[in-house]
Ligand binder design. Structure first.
Ligand SMILES: Cc1cc2nc3c(=O)[nH]c(=O)nc-3n(C[C@H](O)[C@H](O)[C@H](O)COP(=O)(O)OP(=O)(O)OC[C@H]3O[C@@H](n4cnc5c(N)ncnc54)[C@H](O)[C@@H]3O)c2cc1C
Length: 262
């Protein structure tokens, strides 16, 4: 059984967020981390491997060459194989083009009956939550989003989805794609032996040549040219005011009354 996990390297937005003069994110000057939801997806795959030694965990990222460092860390945590999808032709891709390329990469890794593709729910930089569902559509796989718990049942998965107002449990046949929430688990750290082993584990690079024969990959479906999204304006929203502290409920009722809100 193969579990393919799509993992994105993102700028660490918990620190100072640097913005270029044109309003775009200054990625080069910011530290990078593994997207939190994706770390939970990797941990979920590793727990499946802990329970069944036949499970092979393959981590896939699309990004610039330095993303190899993140992949090595994931190999040190216990993944079996890593794939770096990287080429000039892929640069400037929006979510449509990104999912097109990642779907072709998953095709090349190969998923069949019994296999699972895991993604994070959402990347903390792009924040769209579109890439996972788009990959599923392009690969014609059943998909379950917002996973807070995943159980394997033979050739099926039973997934507890966390929604705003409750939970929903769904069952799907494999192969399928699941998008994971960081609430799914507590990711493990790299082990010392894992750090030693990560340099001898397989790491493949899929460039344009490697993927160009996939029917999903055309020059006008990837990169900037294949990206239907146009960014018209990008700006930092104005800071909210300080707000007003209210002493007690009676004072609050008085204020709301004065504004004719109650
Ligand atoms: C016109 C345009 C040009 C852009 N050019 C660039 C660019 O040159 N470089 C750049 O970094 N960004 C670029 N972006 C941003 C890029 O589109 C998004 O970061 C990317 O498509 C993923 O979308 P998201 O971050 O909203 O991911 P989400 O949809 O929120 O991610 C959901 C999940 O999908 C998976 N996933 C998403 N992206 C990747 C990935 N790259 N590798 C593996 N798994 C992934 C992860 O599992 C993730 O948790 C551009 C955007 C636009 C609109």
């Amino acid at each position: 059984m193969k579990v393919v996990v799509c993992v994105k390297q993102v700028p660490d937005t918990s620190g100072k967020v640097a913005v270029n003069a044109n309003g775009t994110l200054d990625r080069a000057s910011m530290a990078t981390i593994t997207n939190p939801d994706d770390l939970a997806a990797v941990e979920c795959a590793l727990q499946m491997k802990d329970a069944n030694s036949d499970v092979e965990v393959v981590v896939v990222t699309m990004g610039p060459p330095p993303a190899e460092g993140m992949l090595r860390e994931l190999l040190a945590r216990g993944a079996d194989k890593a794939v770096l999808v990287s080429a000039r032709e892929f640069g400037g891709s929006d979510t449509f083009a990104t999912s097109q390329i990642l779907a072709a990469a998953v095709n090349k890794v190969g998923v069949g009956k019994g296999d699972i593709v895991l993604c994070g729910r959402q990347a903390i930089d792009g924040d769209t939550a579109q890439v996972g569902p788009q990959i599923a559509e392009k690969l014609n796989l059943p998909q379950i989003t917002y996973a807070a718990d995943i159980k394997l049942e033979g050739d099926s998965v039973v997934v507890k989805r966390m929604l705003e107002d409750g939970y929903m449990t769904l069952k799907a046949q494999t192969p399928c794609l699941i998008t994971c929430l960081k609430e799914l688990n507590e990711p493990r750290y790299m082990s010392v032996s894992g750090i030693f082993e990560c340099y001898s584990k397989p790491m493949e690079v899929y460039d344009y040549e490697a993927l160009k024969d996939d029917p999903l990959i055309e020059k006008d479906t990837i990169g900037l040219l294949g990206s239907p999204t146009n960014v018209y304006k990008s700006f930092t929203p104005p800071q909210k005011g300080a707000g007003t502290m209210v002493e007690d409920a009676a004072a609050l009722v008085g204020i709301l009354n004065a504004k004719h809100l109650i």
